[in-house]
Design a binder for this molecule. Structure first.
Ligand code: FEO
Length: 400
């Protein structure tokens, strides 16, 4: 059965959700599923804006055929070539052999890589600022390189003031009938997944996202249609503000997150005791995570949210406990910066990880690693309470 919704009089959402896929990009757990949004503009010409992942192909084609209602498909605009959006391009061309494909020079390079030759005769190659009239509507093309791949672009419909934003402003999470952000409690039910999506998938590309946001200022936008998650038609400033913070690596919350690795529970106990000391000093909404039991995408998302981070880990094979080391590697890869970090280390015969973590954090931009740290030998000694208190004092002082 078709499942479509009108975004404007002429623009129809024809996407679909996948609640069976366990991991997006085969990395990120998506217990709430994911949507692949595709849009159809019904004008004098018909225009499909991006396709979907192969996992929802059946629903997508049912939706497309329903809305076209026997009309031909004139254009396919390819804003992004990652296979969660481009997978159906070959099938589209087989079903609608008259379709012209609109993309930039890089788009067509990737089309050839993914699908082989055969696009030359139907290619409409566009550059920054070029447009395409489809009748009553005119589509304007704005390049958005590295949001999230080099060929990415966004498309702006000046008539309905709609921005088709590709991966930007997307989130994990299946759409449950309500495709608009104003139809759901976004802050309660979607923000954490939106942050996890942004930080892990686009997080590295803060500068390109900033460049896109600056271009967007020049457009009169009433509706944002991303390729994943809810469509925005109200209170756009709320989500734009989140993107402004995330893409400049500014924390959303003045808050402490404690992330520990612990083999037998003693480093965990020390991390918990530190959290208690912080709470006694007035810190609120402290979050404590076991890195071994929390997916790294959740940890990265929390690091993007909070201003202060405590890392506590044992020594392992003479180095940092591997899961904690992996987190530090991912933090660097995703360009984490502008955070205050406190360190705790544990080692039965060689506690060396604070120094090692400090070195890794030194490779990231504008990280304030506190001089005060706690070093444990096997377990917190009775006389070490003062060291925990001193670390809590230093963290709280850095929050003022
Ligand atoms: Fe949703 Fe970069 O693809």
């Amino acid at each position: 059965m078709y499942n479509v919704r009108k975004v404007t009089e002429d623009i129809i959402w024809i996407g679909a959700s996948d609640r069976r896929l366990a991991r997006f990009e085969n990395i990120f757990p998506i217990p709430r599923g994911v949507s692949y949004n595709s849009y159809l503009l019904m004008d004098e010409k018909t225009v499909l804006l991006d396709t979907v992942d192969a996992g929802v192909a059946g629903q997508f084609f049912e939706n497309l055929e329903h809305v076209l209602a026997g009309r031909s498909l004139d254009y396919l605009v390819v804003n992004h070539m990652e296979p969660d959006h481009c997978a159906m391009i070959g099938d589209i061309i087989r079903r609608y052999p008259e379709v012209s494909v609109v993309g930039n020079a890089k788009t067509f390079g990737m089309l050839k890589q993914f699908f082989g030759t055969g696009f030359e005769e139907r290619a409409v190659v566009v550059k920054e600022g070029e447009s395409l009239s489809t009748g009553a509507h005119t589509l304007h093309f704005v390049m958005a390189p590295m949001v999230h791949w080099p060929e990415a672009m966004v498309t702006y419909d000046a008539k309905d003031k709609v921005l088709f934003s590709a991966d930007a402003f997307g989130t994990f999470g299946a759409l449950n009938g309500n495709i608009f952000a104003d139809e759901v409690d976004f802050e309660r039910d979607w923000l954490a997944d939106a942050r996890r999506y942004y930080s892990n998938i686009v997080g590295k590309y803060g500068a390109p996202v900033q460049a896109l946001l600056k271009k967007a200022v020049g457009l009169d936008i009433s509706v944002i249609c991303p390729l994943h998650g809810p469509v925005w038609r109200e209170n756009l400033g709320y989500f734009l503000d989140k993107y402004q913070k995330w893409s400049t690596y500014e924390p959303e919350d003045q808050a402490v997150v404690v992330m520990y690795a612990s083999m037998y529970g003693r480093t965990e106990a020390a991390a918990d005791a530190l959290a208690g000391c912080l709470a006694e000093r007035g810190a609120k909404n402290i979050a404590v995570y076991d890195v071994s039991g929390t997916h790294i995408s959740e940890l990265i998302s929390e690091i993007f949210r909070a201003s202060h981070l405590v890392l506590a880990t044992p020594t392992y094979n003479g180095g940092i406990y591997p899961i904690m080391e992996n987190l530090l590697t991912d933090m660097k890869a995703l360009a984490v910066q502008k955070r205050t970090v406190a360190l705790m280390e544990n080692g039965t015969w060689a506690p060396v990880t604070a120094k090692m973590m400090r070195e890794k954090l030194g490779e990231m931009k504008d990280m304030n690693v506190l001089d005060t740290q706690v070093s444990i030998k096997s377990d917190m000694a009775a006389g070490q309470r003062g060291e925990l208190e001193a670390l809590a004092d230093a963290i709280v002082a850095s929050m003022e």
